[in-house]
Each structure stands twice: as C-alpha cells, then as structure tokens.
Design a protein around this ligand. Structure first.
Ligand SMILES: *Cc1c(COP(=O)(O)O)cnc(C)c1O
Length: 424
C-alpha cells in the first residue's frame, strides 16, 4: 500500500512513529477496499487535506478578523475573511461564523447565544431522526434546556406540520429546531419558520446532512428563512470535520460572542483554511453535478432495494439517504450491520418509526450515497450495490456467501480509487 493518498509521503512520521503510520495505512486500505455507505461520511479532496496539514496549526488566533487577542494574525485574518465570504456567497447568507469545531458545537453556540438554562426548545426526537445535540437527555442540550420533542406521523412516516404546530402552540417554546440525521424526505423549512413566528419563537435549521443539497438547489434552503442555520462541513459538503453557523446581521454579534469566548478558545485555523477550500469547491459547477449525482444514485439504490422486496421508510427518498426497514426480514439492524461489514459494506443501524426492538438492536439501516458518488460510482454501480446488500441480508449467517461478496466488493471498489490521480 502506498503512502500517496496522504497529503505528504509521511516520510518523517514513518521514521518517528511506525506504529501510528501503520494504523493510518491500514485505515487507508480499509477505506479504499470497502464500500462506504454511512450517510454522514465523505472523501475530501486532496486540496482540502493539504490545507489541513499545514503550519496554520501552529498559531493562536482567539477572536475574529481585525479583533484578535494575539499578535501576528494578519494572514489568519485574511484566511478567515475569505472563508466567511465564500460561505455567505455559497448560501446567500448575511453573516457566517466558521469557527465551530463541530456541528454539535455550532448548535450549542446558537442555544448559548440567547437561551437561558431551563428555556424551552421544541425539536425532533433522536428516535425519529433527530440529533443528540437537539436535546437528547444524554447531551448537554437535554440537561440545560427544557425539551419537548416531535416525531413523524406513524402512518406516513413524514413530518406532520399540523401536529408540530399544535404542539408549538401548547408548549410555547423559545426555539424550534428542525433538521435531521435520518430523514429521507424533503424538510419544509418555511413551514417551521412560520410555526415559530406564530408562537413567538426563534427557529434554527440544522442542515448538517443536507447542506450540500441546499447550496446547490437540490433541497430548499433555510438560509434567510429560519432565524439561524447550522451545519457540519464534513458530510455532503465534503470539507474538513467542523461546523458553521449562518444568520441575519442582527444576530451576528450574539452568535460570534457565543462561539468565542462563550464556548471555544482558539479557532482551528488549519481547518478554517480547509473549510475555505471546501466552499470554493462547493461553488463550482463540478460540485453541483456531484450533488445531483448523489441524489440520482440514492434513488437508484432505493428502487433496487424495493425491487428486491425490502420496505423503505416513507417508501423512498428525496435526498442522499434512505432508511431500510428490516422488521419483515426478521433480522435486526445490528445483525445486518455486522453481516454487511463482513461483506465489505459499511453501514449503520438506525432506529425507525414504530420500531419494536431496542435502540441498540434497532429495526433499520441507514444507507447513504455521498461517499460512493465522490468515488465516481453512478446509477449502474448503485444497482449492483443494492443487489449485494440484498444478497447479504438474505444470508446473514452464511459465511461463504459473505466472504464471496467481500471479494467481489473489494475488486469492484479498487476500480474507484479515493484519489483517482494517484495509483493506489
Ligand atoms: C452530524 C450531525 C451533527 C453533529 O455533527 P458533529 O460534527 O459530529 O458534532 C449535528 N446535527 C445533525 C443533524 C447531524 O446529523
């Protein structure tokens, strides 16, 4: 296995720390040979990785461009300004903060910017596709704020806006949070913003998963619609691991203060430079074509699984992911995840509406196409992927079938290198 997929040949690291070098290379091989269907993952461009692996990491830059608490920030200022400007251009936002270290921190910063402990948040429950940072009892958001959650309609498995509105009228929340980690259909951000306005609440859309679809017009965008928009940069957006916040000018100051000094110390400037590179990429026509292909691929994967006799939550998908309901197959999401893993296909088990099994076992699987699309797979390949998944799920206990599938998957994946310009 070569070292070329890293930003450098790692010649120093290889000599100094063979143990870690070896594990990085093993992980690289795993990524190259495996079929990655985790909906929240992607493969960043070499340009993004190069920006991350630079001397920018050496410097403290607490504060914001023009108002730092450390000297020597003139180049950091320019980098952060470029990142903010590009993000504003990408989404048509008035204000952007690019410092949150993660999607969860971006959400925490929004809460901290205007809520007090004990204030009320209405958000989608984790079991119905929401995220931990939206008020789960195990998360700081659930410990500090008073959470009421909404789910999906148990028949249609869709968000029920009339029901959400009724709950909002009853609860009178200070903030309504929308956006999900496992919802395969389009979310009506305008409906959420209107409900919030009606009950005197602010609204926050968390587009961590779908930001790459929102900035390319493949999903309606909440920017300029909800009070706040948060996102990760490492999912469909295909940038470095991190978070961002967008809002109108009137909220800029309170958001910036909540991120620093409210929640974080020094920004990760090497990551902010990589975010800027990612936003430049997302502004290109090639990226728009990529995002279109992600959605097309997911529709083909979903249709293939339906042809193979599986049921999908909501019966299909509008975005980059689909949710497979395994209750009729008599296997759990946990068993399915393990069997697919043995066949070289990486997925995650997921809770689904009306599930009978525990959140650890689960009755569902979440499948996403962002990574395989980055690797160059198109409709025909996605059909093949669906057929493999079906074969594995019909043979979860059959070691020979799993091993044979793994061989086929590996041979197939080697035709779609992570970094095509390099011979791997
Ligand atoms: C992934 C995700 C996050 C959190 O991202 P981290 O960077 O892992 O903290 C937040 N919200 C939603 C909806 C997500 O799917």
């Amino acid at each position: 296995m070569s070292f070329l997929a890293q930003t450098t040949d790692m010649s120093f690291l290889r000599q100094f720390d063979p143990e870690i070098t070896d594990l990085i290379n093993k992980e690289y091989k795993r990524q190259v040979e495996g079929l990655e269907l985790i909906a929240s993952e992607n493969v960043v461009a070499r340009e993004v990785m190069e920006a991350m692996g630079t001397i920018l990491t050496n410097k403290y830059a607490e504060g914001y461009p023009g108002k730092r608490y450390y000297g020597g920030c003139e180049f950091h200022d320019q980098i952060e300004n470029i990142a903010r400007d590009r993000l504003c251009r990408l989404f048509g936002a008035e204000h952007a903060n690019v410092q949150p270290h993660s999607g969860s921190q971006a959400n925490e910063a929004v809460y901290l910017s205007f809520l007090k402990p004990g204030d009320k948040i209405l958000s989608q429950s984790l079991n119905n596709g929401g995220h931990l940072s939206h008020g789960d009892p195990a998360n700081i958001s659930g410990k500090y704020y008073n959470i009421t959650s909404y789910g999906v309609d148990l028949e249609s498995e869709l968000l029920d806006y009339a029901e959400i509105e009724a709950t909002a009228r009853k609860v009178k929340p200070d903030l309504i949070v929308c956006g999900a980690s496992a919802y395969p259909r389009e979310i009506d951000f305008k409906a959420f913003a209107e409900i919030a306005e009606d009950v005197g609440a602010r609204s926050m859309a968390d587009i961590a998963h779908i930001s790459g679809l929102c900035c390319t017009g493949l999903h309606n965008s909440p920017v300029g619609v909800t009070t706040y928009v948060t996102s990760t940069t490492h999912k469909t957006l295909r940038g470095p691991r991190g978070g961002v916040i967008m809002c109108g000018k009137e909220y800029a100051n309170s958001i910036d203060k909540a991120v620093f000094p409210g929640l974080q110390g020094g920004p990760l400037m090497h990551v902010i430079a990589a975010k800027a590179v990612c936003f430049r990429e997302a502004l290109s026509n090639e990226y728009k074509e990529y995002a279109e292909q992600v959605v097309k691929n997911c529709k083909v994967l979903a249709a293939t699984l339906i042809d193979e006799g599986f049921r999908l939550v909501t019966g299909g998908t509008d975005n980059h992911l689909c949710l497979l309901d395994l209750s009729e197959q008599g296997i759990s999401g946990h068993q399915a995840e393990i069997a697919l893993g043995r066949a070289g296909i990486t997925v995650n088990k997921n809770t689904i509406p009306r599930q009978h099994l525990s959140p650890f076992e689960t009755s569902g699987l979440r499948l996403g196409t962002p990574t395989i699309t980055t690797r160059g797979m198109r409709e025909e390949e996605c059909k093949q992927v669906g057929v493999w998944i079906s074969r594995v799920l019909h043979n979860v206990e059959n070691a020979a079938v799993l091993a044979e599938t793994k061989d086929e998957v590996t041979t197939f994946c080697l035709r779609y290198p992570l970094y095509p310009e390099i011979r791997e």
